[in-house]
Ligand binder design. Structure first.
Ligand SMILES: [Mg+2]
Length: 196
């Protein structure tokens, strides 16, 4: 009789503990599913536009009547299609964004950003030559956002390697930046996965 009471008692205790564990696991899943980056960072050359600003275009740059940016030779330079709309959408959703470029021609990059009217999307901009760990240290200090809450897109493996090592979720960009690629990055962030 007594032993059956103990058995019943342990049974209900066991099921109680199992229930608590299930609730905690469900809570953890929900937390993970809601995990979003507090800062989305983008490289410039060959991530947001298909050229290196330090090899071409040739400044001065100006906006042409065709709505494209032209260099001094009249050649047109444009970002990847849909990128402006993508930033507008992210801003509307409340995401903060940063630009992180190691170009040797920051003045040309800045001219592109001004002509594209992109500065309004990027309160954080670190654009100068050098290892990107320096750029990210400055952004971290200025924004007070921890590396683990950042998502970063870059087409160069050396940057992905450096920046994933400090705890930022990185996407190694091998195709034009797009809404699909952005979503892949957000999904990777939620799943706690990174390119290295
Ligand atoms: Mg690049």
């Amino acid at each position: 009789m007594l032993s059956s009471k103990i058995r019943k008692g342990s049974c209900s205790l066991l099921s109680y503990l199992q229930r608590v564990r299930r609730m905690s696991e469900n809570g953890e899943d929900a937390r993970r599913a809601n995990r979003k980056p507090r800062l989305i960072c983008f490289d410039l050359d060959w991530t947001l536009w298909p050229f290196h600003v330090d090899t071409n275009p040739y400044p001065p740059m100006k906006m042409g009547k065709d709505g494209k940016i032209h260099d001094k030779h009249g050649d047109a330079y444009e970002p990847f299609p849909g990128t402006t709309e993508m930033f507008a959408g992210l801003l509307e959703q409340g995401y903060k964004m940063a630009l992180v470029s190691r170009t040797e021609a920051p003045s040309v990059a800045r001219e592109m950003l001004r002509l594209l009217d992109w500065n309004k999307y990027f309160p954080y901009q670190e654009i100068y030559a050098g290892r990107k760990t320096t750029h990210f240290a400055k952004i971290q200090k200025e924004s007070e956002i921890p590396y683990k809450d950042m998502l970063f897109f870059d087409d160069e493996h050396r940057n992905v390697k450096d920046i994933s090592a400090i705890g930022v979720t990185c996407v190694f960009v091998k195709e034009p930046m797009s809404q699909n690629l952005l979503q892949r990055g957000l999904d990777m962030f939620t799943a706690g996965k990174t390119d290295k």
